[in-house]
Design a protein around this ligand. Structure first.
Ligand SMILES: *Cc1c(COP(=O)(O)O)cnc(C)c1O
Length: 360
């Protein structure tokens, strides 16, 4: 099986890990930049690498300012705590990462009430549902403050949300004096999938968080962007959450490479996801619609006719082929595979070959 190694013999990610793009290792260039990064005390605003990263991130997303945070969860939490007060409401999807996978943090730390709406198969919330969810002024009601979108929408399979739709939601937000936050953990995947500039995708948003880890391969870190005033407040919120980091330029250095070099190659991951889906579609006992692949994620099911248990299949893939699979989506009825930097095309072919051997 193929092993990735660069000329200097740096460590490589030799397991074919398809569970998520969170498993990505930093690239050799990132490790080198981390070793050599200029640093300072970022709570004093003196880390040159973080300052550079924040300036470049804000410019790339077309916003005034940016804040380096430790994770996507911290970026989202910092944003919602900055936008909303206790007892106030945020409107978001019932499959949204913020609602499902962030340990109830907005409620736990901000007393913020989630008002969930059904996520449609195309990843959107119905505009009429959003309109209807906005509360009027009445002493009985919580005050609606925020609408959150997610792009790409992970739980429906990494579906990118269009700039046209986002602009419509932005209009609703402005008409009702609400803020719009985009959980853009994979916003660069969305931009690549739709072939639009990322600025256009986020133009209607008051704040956006995105991950430098995941498909962009940095080991740690996310960015929150917005207006200068918003980021000023968000810095305070981050400090309160224990997220003020000192010489974190050593991690921001990897983030700079993520921004500059890794955002431009994501179409390769999407092409590999398509190739993987098309290959799997030709294998017995696999039910998959390759046309559903929109970015770096694949969802599929095994047919009732599957001759071995899923657990046994997963074990044999690991032991015999060094392939890790096991990202269950939607209550274990679907398997999710995610392509990323370390899943090269020859590895895609190896996965298809392994599955064909095990299932025919
Ligand atoms: C990964 C992810 C996050 C943040 O996750 P962390 O593990 O905290 O970095 C937020 N939103 C979405 C949609 C994600 O996929």
């Amino acid at each position: 099986m193929p092993v990735l190694a660069d000329n200097d013999g740096h460590l490589t990610m030799d397991t074919i890990d398809l569970r998520s793009d969170t498993v990505t290792w930093p690239t050799p260039a990132m490790r080198e930049a981390m070793a050599n990064a200029p640093v300072g005390d970022d709570v004093y605003g003196e880390d040159p690498t973080i300052n550079q990263l924040e300036a470049e991130a804000a410019a790339m997303l077309g916003k005034e300012a940016a804040l380096f945070v430790s994770s996507g969860t911290m970026g989202n939490l910092t944003a919602v705590l900055t936008h909303c007060g206790r007892g106030q409401e945020m409107i978001l999807g019932d499959l949204a990462h913020i609602f499902r996978y962030e340990a109830g943090s907005a409620a736990a730390f901000g007393g913020i009430q989630p008002h969930t709406l059904p996520v449609q198969p195309d990843g959107t919330l119905k505009l009429e549902d959003i309109q209807a969810a906005i509360r009027g002024e009445n002493e009985h009601f919580p005050r609606t403050k925020l609408i959150c979108l997610e792009n790409t929408q992970g739980s429906v399979g990494g579906v990118p949300i269009t700039p046209e739709y986002t602009a419509q939601v932005g209009q609703i937000a402005r008409d009702n004096n609400l803020k719009l936050h985009i959980d853009g953990a994979r916003i660069f995947n969305a931009a690549a999938a739709l072939n639009v500039p990322v600025q256009e995708l986020v133009a209607p948003a008051d704040s956006v968080s995105f991950c430098l880890s995941k498909g962009l391969c940095a080991p740690v870190g996310s960015i929150l962007v917005g207006s200068k005033d918003f980021i000023y407040e968000a810095r305070r919120t981050r400090k309160a959450l224990g997220g003020g980091m000192r010489q974190a330029g050593v991690v921001a250095a990897a983030g700079l490479i993520a921004l500059r070099e890794m955002t431009t190659r994501l179409a390769d991951d999407h092409a590999n996801a398509c190739a993987l889906a098309e290959g799997l579609a030709k294998i017995p006992h696999i039910e998959i619609d390759p046309s559903r692949v929109r970015s770096n994620m694949i969802l599929f099911r095994f047919a009732e006719s599957l001759p071995i248990s899923i657990e046994e299949l997963v074990t044999r893939l690991k032991n015999d082929y060094n392939i890790v699979m096991g990202g269950y989506a939607n209550g274990r009825t679907e398997i999710r595979l995610v392509t990323h930097y370390w899943i090269t095309r020859d590895r895609v072919d190896h996965v298809i070959h392994a599955m064909r051997e095990l299932l025919t």
